[in-house]
Design a protein around this ligand. Structure first.
Ligand SMILES: [Zn+2]
Length: 251
């Protein structure tokens, strides 16, 4: 098994969206990743698909006409197109067999439309919440051509790949344990934890349901300690600098 962390630009926003009470008033460029995992049987799995490539030429593509337009500002260079990043690894969209969406926000499901041949995994409770919900721009993922397999709870989806329920950011948000043979256990947190600051300052007020999010954060921390796992935060600028990014990989 091999995992690539694929950078797909940044979403620029006030820091209080991420961790209220820490650097209020500061703007921050939040890295937006996707994760490609080459499974041992030769299949290709993506975890999340980042922000839509439409933002490369039109940063307002998602939020124009809404109050979010000034709060969440995508910044993507041409090379931040997921299709381009995958091509650098000699992977075409039709080579993607599976996609796990931690959740269906625009910066996690923005390129779902590229993967018509894939089976998408998302929690049923989350899918039902996002269906028709304006805060989960449906144009990127709620498409008849895409095949969803809706999950009910935690499970091992593939050898070494397990989904973990981490609600609070959204109902039935899920994180993903990835058990790499050499690099060890890594957990793709999704937006259950945005940055290390959420832990360091016990700051969960940027989440839809802060109390539940704090519990999910504690759960991930416990899993990390018990299973010697590295938590990959959803949008941590400092951590992103330290991680190997595609075309480098973790094995
Ligand atoms: Zn996010």
């Amino acid at each position: 098994m091999e995992m690539f962390i694929i950078p797909l630009g940044t979403c620029n926003c006030p820091y209080e969206v991420v961790a209220p009470g820490v650097h209020d008033g500061n703007l921050v460029k939040l890295p937006v990743p996707s994760y490609l995992i080459k499974l041992d049987d030769g299949k290709n799995l993506l975890i999340d698909t980042g922000m839509s490539r439409l933002h490369i030429t039109d940063p307002g593509a998602t939020w124009r006409g809404t109050e979010m337009i000034d709060i969440l500002v995508p910044e993507m260079a041409p090379e931040d197109n997921l299709e381009t990043r995958l091509a650098d690894l000699d992977v075409r969209p039709t080579d993607i067999d599976y996609v796990i969406n931690t959740h269906l926000h625009f910066d996690h499901a923005g390129n779902n439309d590229l993967f018509e041949k894939a089976t998408f995994f998302v929690q049923r409770e989350h899918y039902d919440w996002a269906d028709g919900n304006d805060m989960f721009p449906n144009q990127y993922w709620n498409l008849p051509k895409l095949k969803y397999e809706l999950l009910d709870g935690e499970m091992e989806l593939f050898p070494g790949i397990e989904v973990i329920l981490t609600p609070g950011h959204a109902p039935a948000h899920e994180s993903v344990m990835v058990r790499l043979p050499a690099s060890g256990n890594m957990v793709v947190c999704g937006d259950a934890v945005y940055t290390q600051d959420n832990f360091d300052f016990d700051s969960w007020g940027g989440q839809a349901d802060p109390e539940t999010a704090a519990q999910s954060g504690a759960k991930l921390k416990r899993i990390a300690e018990e299973q010697n796992a590295l938590l990959l935060f959803g949008h941590d600028p400092a951590q992103a600098q330290q991680l190997h990014r595609s075309p480098q990989s973790y094995r």
